[in-house]
Design a binder for this molecule. Structure first.
Ligand code: ATP
Length: 370
């Protein structure tokens, strides 16, 4: 079940709000988060395994943490909860933290964290994600239950594989059989042909202006908070992105090569402006649906990313959601073509710190922490 909200509120009530420290595992999007925290005037804490990791931050004095917690294993964070709380630490979760701790351990981490930790449980299961996103009005790639029914390109994804590792494309059952590792749990999805856009949104439940998310179901008729679009990226994936240089898929197969989808970097992009209203509609539906996921759900809080493919019919297919900061926001430490319109130099990392800052000032920090 994880740490309950009442307990978190008790911890926060004991915090000295003039001494809040922003804590982050030194990986993923930590340079951006630490830099943003510093811009908003916070003390910072880096959490790392291995001296080399700490040394590396010397290269970025603009983000170097004020203090370090060095561990032998990230799971030791669970044992340091009291120490974190004695230093008024708020942990900012990112993909590596959730991966290193595991979604269940993260829910049990006895330290205030930014956002809604329970949403990450929905994010970590493909089946729950699909239920949530479809409820929010997003169209997802079709799932093929029986591999004998593969008729056209599909992508086979393994459960828990991060960054596309081990995924493969199959055109028919033979292809599938040749490549599949049946020891692993897998999902077969229609391969959607189109261009990928990773949309980085931010939901602020405390703001009453701007693009307000309309509640649904039990929250119908209520404005839930403000939805912002901060930036957009596309991932570099090795080696599929460069495969075309070696010839057709048939040539590649003759050389015994299969495309792979391992993320190696991120590129900034913008989408054609006429697609933005639909992007907001999908994100709004997703946020609204998040309030109805479970009895008493506090919904999506803070940054999240809709991972989409736009087809030549200009339709979005959403293949995944990340309910936290994504590494794709890293190109925008200095702002993006979207965030610059509202305020210059606003990265997602800084936006998180800004949210904590206004929570402190208006004494409603517990609205954005769990
Ligand atoms: P992460 O959790 O790190 O975001 P993941 O391992 O869950 O990644 P996905 O994001 O689901 O993997 O997919 C990895 C890559 O595979 C995508 O970036 C995209 O290039 C490709 N991909 C995923 N689903 C589809 C699809 N249905 N059609 C076409 N390409 C897809």
């Amino acid at each position: 079940m994880g740490v309950d909200y009442e307990t978190v509120q008790t911890w926060l009530a004991g915090y000295d709000s003039s001494q809040i420290t922003i804590g982050v595992v030194a990986s993923h999007s930590s340079l951006q988060i630490l830099h943003g925290a510093r811009q908003e005037g916070f003390r910072t804490l880096g959490i790392a395994v291995g001296e080399n990791r700490r040394r590396f931050y010397k290269a970025f004095p603009g983000a170097e943490p004020d203090e370090w917690l060095m561990l032998d294993d990230y799971r030791e964070m669970l044992d340091h909860a009291e120490w974190f709380r004695s230093k008024n630490v708020i942990i900012i979760p990112h993909g590596s933290l959730v991966e290193y701790l595991g979604a269940t351990n993260f829910r049990n981490l006895e330290v205030p964290t930014f956002g809604n930790r329970n949403i990450l449980h929905w994010e970590s299961s493909r089946a729950l994600q699909r239920e949530w996103l479809e409820e929010g009005g997003c169209t997802m790639p079709k799932v093929i239950e029986d591999p004998h029914n593969i008729a056209g390109p599909v992508i086979v994804k393994y459960a828990g594989a991060k960054g596309g590792r081990g995924y493969f494309i199959a055109r028919d059952y033979r292809d599938f059989r040749r490549n599949v590792d049946i020891e692993e749990e897998f999902t077969i999805q229609e391969y959607v042909l189109g261009c990928r856009y990773y949309l980085h949104f931010f939901f602020d439940p405390t703001a009453t202006d701007g693009y307000q998310v309309q509640g649904r179901g039990q929250h119908a008729g209520k404005n839930l908070g403000r939805l912002e679009l901060l930036s957009m990226d596309r991932r570099d994936e090795s080696n599929v992105d460069e495969f075309y240089k070696l010839g057709s898929l048939r040539d590649l197969r003759e050389m015994d090569l299969e495309p792979s989808f391992v993320v190696t970097g991120n590129q900034p992009v913008v989408i054609r402006e006429s697609l933005l209203p639909r992007a907001f509609e999908m994100a709004e539906g997703t946020v609204a649906a998040s309030f109805n996921l479970e009895e008493g759900s506090r919904g999506m809080l803070g940054p999240f990313c809709l991972e989409t493919i736009v087809t030549d019919q200009l339709e979005f297919k959403v293949f995944e959601i990340s309910a936290r900061i994504v590494a794709g926001s890293n190109p925008f430490v200095g702002g993006s073509p979207y965030s610059d319109i509202n305020e210059r130099f606003m990265s997602t990392g800084r936006r998180i710190a800004r949210s904590i800052r206004s929570g402190i000032e208006s004494e409603n920090l517990d609205d954005i922490i769990s």
